[in-house]
Design a protein around this ligand. Structure first.
Ligand SMILES: [Fe+2]
Length: 301
């Protein structure tokens, strides 16, 4: 499409007028954000030569995202996640520091006040799935063990649902524990399995229209906090999972892909637990926390 010089000038003049409307913004950061937003928004509109019909479709889409959002469903975060905006924000705000463990998306399924699990305990709490023995250590970037780190863990069951999605007030597949004097931790969970993000709303429609899958690669969520150290929000992923390259929220990082090794039913459990003749798996995850102030602390919703 050829655009006349006069037309280009009109469009550019409008952008300048909108930018100038923020000249009186006393908050310099707000002014910067609004000016950049307008610059990129108009750049986008002009690049794709958005039609009025498409503008209306965009308004209807955002309206639907707002309408389906409530206390239990956050479609805007889902939209941010599926456009990679959440992951980009996390990457920028959790810059690599020495060998500290990488962060990834928080997701919508964390719950405050999870049950306390003793070291070696089982956080499945009735969540169905193959038993999985998880062990590891928490240390700082100088290699010192971090005792007393609070380790929050949460996950979906083998049917791909978090406890909060059942709507019956159950607590399962989540808990917190505290690292021991050597910075070590160990617990039972269930082997992570893939699940779809909620896709019965406008974000699901966007994924369908663009031929994308709502599936997330199998993962186990962690949030680790310790005094004087940067809070880590991350997951570990299952090596060999077909979805590692197609995670719907772009959360996978190579350094977070772990070996969940399958164990036969007759392999004794590390703590002697009777697994009732079932197969099980085990994974080892060594966590390294960056110092506080090595970056902004992660901000989640
Ligand atoms: Fe998740």
């Amino acid at each position: 499409m050829t655009i006349s010089e006069e037309q280009r000038a009109r469009e550019a003049e409008l952008v300048e007028r909108v930018l100038a409307s923020f000249d009186g913004t006393s908050d310099a950061r707000l002014r910067q954000i609004m000016r950049s937003l307008v610059t990129h928004l108009h750049g986008f509109l002009r690049e794709v030569r958005l039609t009025e019909q498409e503008w209306k479709q965009g308004i209807d889409f955002l309206t639907a995202v707002g309408r389906i959002t409530d206390d239990r469903r956050q479609e805007f975060i889902l939209l941010s996640d599926t456009l990679g905006a959440s992951m980009q924000t996390i990457a920028m705000n959790n810059e690599a520091y020495a060998d500290s463990t990488e962060a990834t998306v928080f997701g919508p399924f964390f719950v405050e006040d999870s049950p306390a699990i003793p070291l070696g305990g089982d956080l499945a709490g009735g969540a169905t799935g193959q038993p999985c023995w998880v062990s590891g250590t928490v240390r700082d970037t100088a290699g010192h063990p971090v005792a007393g780190a609070r380790i929050e863990v949460w996950e979906a069951d083998e049917d791909g649902f978090y406890d909060v999605q059942y709507g019956d007030d159950r607590t399962a597949g989540r808990g917190h524990l505290v690292s021991d004097a050597d910075g070590a931790f160990r617990f039972w969970a269930v082997t992570p399995t893939p699940y779809p993000i909620p896709h019965d709303g406008p974000v699901g429609a966007m994924l369908a229209a663009t031929g994308r899958s709502p599936m997330r690669a199998s993962h186990l969520h962690f949030m680790v906090t310790a005094a004087g150290l940067r809070t880590l929000v991350t997951h570990i992923f299952v090596r060999g999972d077909d979805l590692l390259d197609a995670d719907s929220v772009f959360g996978v990082k190579d350094s977070l892909v772990m070996d969940f090794t399958e164990q036969s039913a007759d392999t004794p459990a590390p703590d002697g637990r009777d697994l009732g003749g079932r197969t099980w798996s085990r994974v080892h995850f060594d966590i390294v926390l960056a110092p506080t102030g090595s970056d902004e602390d992660v901000v989640n919703d």
